[in-house]
Write a protein that binds this ligand. Structure first.
Ligand code: GDP
Length: 599
C-alpha cells in the first residue's frame, strides 16, 4: 500500500467470486481444489467456512501463489468464493441492480470446449457486465501430460514435451476462438494487458492444482486493479445482502442463508426481507455460522455469532421467514426509519419484477434471478408473458394458461421447478402444455419445437380445406359425353384437380366459370383428385362441349381470392412445386386485370 493512502483498509471488503460453466467441466472440483490448497497452506482455521461461501484471505492466497503474489501489492482482504457453482446460483445472487458476484470464473473443459451451458453462462456474464476470466480446466488430461502438483502454469508448461505443448496450445486457441465468436477478445492471461478489455484465459487442472496459483493471482490482481473502489464500504453501517436459500433448520425454524455484501448485521437487528407478497419485517433471533470441523460433535452444526460484516455468508434465524424468496434483498433497519427500508426493499423487488402482458405464456422459476433471466430470454424471442412467478407449477397456473386465446400460448414454462400434484392431469384435461428444464435455452428450444409442430399441424388442416390450384387441358377426341354433365378426357399440366372444385376458362384474359367438377375417373376407377401428369376423365357439371368448352381448351380450377392469398402468403413451402407453378400462373392472370387481387 502506498504511504499517501490514509484510508482504513478494513473498509475494503472481500470481492465475491462466482464459478460458472458447463456441467462436468470441473466447477466443483476447482472450488474444492482452491479450498483444499488453502487449508494445506494455512494454519487450521485460516480459511473460514461461511454459510454458502468460502473466504480465502490474502496471506493464504499469497502463500499458494508463491512468487506470483506479493501481499504488499494488495490491500483487498482476499476473495470470497460462492460455494454453489453454476449460473443458476449466479442469477439468484443479485444485489442492487446487478449481479452479486463481483467477478466470475468461467470453467471450460479443454477437451470438451464450448458447450451449451458455457454459452448460456457467457450470455449471463455479458448481460450482468460481470468481469470474468476463463479457467481452461483439465490440462492434466492432455495425453502424455507430465504433472507437477500445484505448480504455476509457466513452470509446468516448460516441463512438457513439444508434442504435449502443441496439443494443449491447440485446445487453448480453440477456446480463444470460441470467445472471439462471441465478440470477446481473449488471450492467454499472461499476454493480457488490460483485463477490462480482454478476457484472460488461465490453463488449470482442478485435479493436480496446476495453474491454480495463476488463477488466484489473476483474480486478486483483477479485483485490486479494477474493483477496489467498488469494494470500499461502510463496514459498520446497516447490513445489506441477498437471500441465497430459504431453509428449514431443526431448532431454528425457517432460516435464510444470506450473502452480506455491505455493512454489518447484528444478532439484535430488525430486518426487512423480500417476500412472496409484502416485504417481511422481522427481528433476528440468531446469526449462525458453521461450526469449525473440530467441534462438529456438538449437537448443533452451527454456532451463534453476535455480528458479521460484509462480505460474508451467514444463516439468519428469525420469525415469519416462510415467505422469503431466494434472490430477494435483505436489509438491516438500524438507525433509520423502518418505512424507508421497506420502500428500498419494495423498489428493489419491483426492479426485478417481470413485466407481464394481457396475453402470453405462464413462466415459473425457482428464484427471482432465474425468473428474470427467463424473462430476458423470452423477450429476445418476442414471446409475451402473462404471468411470471417464483414457485413450482401448480394447478392454478394451468387455469391461467388455459385461458390463452392462442394455442401457442396455452403453455407453462418452468425453469428449475417441479410440477405439483394434479397440475399435470389438469394440464392434460385443459390442453395446456407444461415444459420444464434446468437450462434456459433448452427450455426455449423445446417450446419452439412445439410451436413448429403446432404450425405444421395447423397448415395441414388449412391445406385440407383450401382449393388447390390446377391447370389442365381437354384432350382432342376425348369427349365421352356432351353435357349434363360433360365428360371429357383431360391431362393435368400442373397442380391438383380435386372433385367438387369450380372450373374456369379464360376468354380474352377474362375468367369465366364454366362449371363444377362432379367426378374424376382414372382408368375406370373413381378417384378424388388428379395430379400433374395424370390423364383422367372428368365430369364437369354445367357446360356443353362445343359451346362453353371445346376439345383442346385450357381449363383452370377456380381459386377463391381468400384461398389464393393464404396459399401465396403461408403455404408456398407446403405445396408441391407444380402446384405452386399453377398458382403463380393463375395469380398472374388474375393480376393482369386487378394488380391487387389476392393481396
Ligand atoms: P462440475 O459439474 O462442473 O461441478 O464438474 P465436477 O467438478 O463435478 O467435475 C466433473 C468430473 O470431472 C469429475 O469426475 C472430476 O473428477 C473431473 N475433473 C474435474 N476437474 C478435473 C481436472 O482438472 N482433471 C481431471 N483429470 N479431471 C477433472
Amino acid at each position: 500500500m502506498s504511504n499517501t493512502d490514509t484510508r482504513d483498509p478494513t473498509s475494503l471488503r472481500t470481492p465475491i467470486v462466482a464459478v460458472l460453466g458447463h456441467v462436468d467441466h470441473g466447477k466443483t472440483s476447482l472450488l474444492d481444489k482452491i479450498r483444499g490448497s488453502a487449508v494445506i497452506e494455512g494454519e487450521a482455521g485460516a480459511i473460514t467456512q461461511h454459510i454458502g461461501a468460502t473466504a480465502v484471505p490474502l496471506d493464504i492466497i499469497s502463500s499458494i501463489a508463491g512468487d506470483l503474489v506479493d501481499p504488499d501489492d494488495f490491500d483487498l482482504p482476499g476473495l470470497l468464493f460462492i460455494d454453489t457453482p453454476g449460473h443458476h446460483s449466479f442469477t439468484t445472487l443479485r444485489s442492487r441492480g446487478g449481479a452479486l458476484a463481483d467477478i466470475a470464473i468461467l470453467v471450460v473443459d479443454v477437451n470438451d470446449g464450448f458447450q451449451p451451458q458455457t454459452l448460456e453462462a457467457l450470455e449471463i456474464l455479458k448481460r450482468s457486465q460481470t468481469p470474468f476470466i476463463v479457467a481452461a480446466n483439465k490440462i492434466d488430461t492432455v495425453p502424455g501430460w507430465n504433472a507437477t502438483e500445484d505448480a504455476p502454469i509457466t513452470e509446468t508448461y516448460e516441463s512438457q514435451s513439444d508434442r504435449v505443448r502443441s496439443r494443449l496450445d491447440e485446445s487453448l486457441y480453440e477456446i480463444i476462438g470460441n470467445l472471439s465468436d462471441e465478440d470477446l477478445s481473449a488471450d492467454l492471461y499472461w499476454r493480457v494487458q488490460n483485463f477490462q478489455r480482454n478476457v484472460g484465459v488461465v490453463p488449470v487442472s482442478a485435479m493436480t492444482g496446476e495453474g491454480v496459483p495463476d488463477l488466484l493471482t489473476v483474480m486478486m490482481g483483477l479485483s485490486q486493479r479494477y474493483m477496489k473502489e467498488e469494494m470500499e464500504i461502510d463496514v459498520a453501517g446497516p447490513g445489506v445482502g441477498t437471500v441465497l436459500e430459504v431453509k428449514e433448520e431443526k431448532g431454528f425454524g425457517t432460516t435464510i442463508d444470506t450473502v452480506l455484501y455491505d455493512g454489518t448485521i447484528q444478532d439484535d437487528d430488525t430486518l426487512v426481507v423480500g417476500g412472496q407478497n409484502d416485504p417481511i419485517v422481522t427481528d433476528v433471533r440468531a446469526l449462525l455460522q458453521p461450526r469449525p470441523l473440530a467441534e462438529i460433535r456438538t449437537e448443533s452444526r452451527f454456532e451463534k455469532v453476535e455480528s458479521v460484516s460484509a462480505a460474508t455468508g451467514i444463516k439468519v434465524a428469525a420469525p415469519d421467514l416462510a415467505d422469503a424468496m431466494a434472490g430477494a434483498p435483505v436489509r438491516v433497519v438500524r438507525d433509520r426509519p423502518l418505512e424507508e427500508v421497506v420502500d428500498e426493499v419494495e423498489a428493489e423487488l419491483a426492479d426485478i419484477a417481470v413485466d407481464t402482458d394481457e396475453q402470453g405464456v405462464v413462466v415459473k422459476a425457482d428464484t427471482l434471478g432465474s425468473l428474470e433471466a427467463m424473462a430476458d430470454a423470452l423477450e429476445e424471442t418476442e414471446l409475451p408473458i402473462v404471468r411470471a412467478e417464483v414457485g413450482d407449477v401448480a394447478p392454478r397456473d394451468v387455469s391461467v394458461a388455459s385461458t390463452a386465446e392462442d394455442q401457442k400460448q396455452q403453455v407453462i414454462l418452468g425453469f428449475n421447478v417441479d410440477v405439483l400434484g394434479d397440475a399435470d392431469q389438469r394440464a392434460e384435461n385443459d390442453d395446456v402444455r407444461i415444459f420444464t428444464d434446468d437450462v434456459i435455452y433448452q427450455l426455449i428450444e423445446e417450446y419452439e419445437e412445439f410451436v413448429d409442430e403446432l404450425e405444421r399441424a395447423q397448415q395441414d388442416t388449412i391445406l385440407e380445406n383450401i382449393v388447390r390450384p390446377a391447370r389442365f387441358r381437354i384432350l382432342p377426341d376425348h369427349t365421352f359425353r356432351q353435357n349434363d354433365p360433360a365428360v371429357v378426357g383431360v391431362e393435368v399440366n400442373s397442380g391438383t384437380v380435386q372433385n367438387n372444385a369450380n372450373v374456369v376458362k379464360y376468354e380474352n384474359n377474362e375468367p369465366e366459370r364454366v362449371g363444377q367438377v362432379k367426378g374424376i375417373q382414372e382408368q375406370g376407377e373413381d378417384v378424388d383428385e388428379a395430379r400433374a401428369g395424370n390423364r383422367v376423365s372428368v365430369a364437369i357439371d354445367g357446360p356443353t362441349v362445343g359451346r362453353q368448352i371445346e376439345e383442346d381448351d385450357e381449363l383452370w380450377i377456380e381459386i377463391p381470392e381468400k384461398h389464393a392469398k393464404i396459399l401465396e402468403q403461408e403455404l408456398t413451402s407446403e405445396i408441391p412445386g407444380d402446384e405452386l407453378e399453377a398458382l403463380n400462373m393463375y395469380l398472374d392472370k388474375q393480376r393482369s386485370r386487378d394488380p391487387f387481387w389476392g393481396k
